[in-house]
Design a protein around this ligand. Sequence first.
Ligand SMILES: O=c1[nH]c(=O)c2[nH]c(=O)[nH]c2[nH]1
Length: 327
Amino acid sequence: MSSSDEFVLSAARYGKDKVRVFRIVRDPAAGVHHVVEYNVKVLLEGDIETSYTQADNSVVVATDSMKNIVYYLAKISPHILVPERFALHLGTHIVSKYAHIHKAFVTVEQLRWSRIPINADGSDGGEHPHSFIRDGEEKRVVKVEVDATKGKGKLVAKASAGIVDLLVLKTTESAFTNFIRDKYTTLVEVDDRILSTAIDLEYTFSPIEIASPTDEAKEEFVVPTDISTGTLFDTSVPTRARASTLRIFATDNSASVQATLHRMASAILADNAAVTSVSYALPNKHYIPVDMRYIGLENLKPSEAEVFTPVAAPSGLITATVSRKTA
Ligand SMILES: O=c1[nH]c(=O)c2[nH]c(=O)[nH]c2[nH]1
């Protein structure tokens, strides 16, 4: 028996990653420019097996073409400024155009460009109409899967969104005690420590069904108005999720990263009816007090230590998903 009869292609998905795109939307009436910068990933599934098993490229939408579709929709999409809507437009466009492509997985990572807080005439305050600042390396991330396996007329979109690389630190109101002590334990209990993490947050929405756009309307794809509130298109969710994450990080008297994570996730579920589950991945970025007894200085008492070594690796990594109970 040849090896090709013995094996089966059990999964295949391909596409373009790291498509970098920047778009200006000019509003001459208001005298204001809006900008977005995205890193886009688009992966496809469908009747593409023969490209792997028989070197048959006739089923392949070139990844280069996918990159060009991203640029094209960045130019013409009415949804470009809202990553959730743009991701849905992109996924919908691709599965509608190519009959043999059954699913599109779109990830849009949005880099920060905030308005420089100065007026156009140079006076303080306000927000500049066309000058921006990269105020942090945190990124907003949106993931949309458009599923055409129920037929091209009836698309199902699954979506999640969130934040990565939101770096935070607090200098007190964090403790870690009562953990298992055995022959492997060297960590001392602390009732006061630095807590720092790079927040990775993902919240998931209920799947939505959308009618596939007709050929003529494919490019002007309009997000249906009846699903524009209480869903992934509720643009107040990202603002609330970020604000409550920061509020709880700052104010929680933390017993552990695990306990603080659970409070942050529960708050997002409580505040956002459209969200069905919330996941965090929180590295525990350790700051170790420097032992300064070599020079006769006290620097080890947790609540009084002043000089620390930030330790890049290893770090703890605390993850969890909190979901609504199903009745
Ligand atoms: O908040 C914490 N959770 C842990 O599970 C853990 N483990 C550890 O060594 N330090 C910490 N801190």
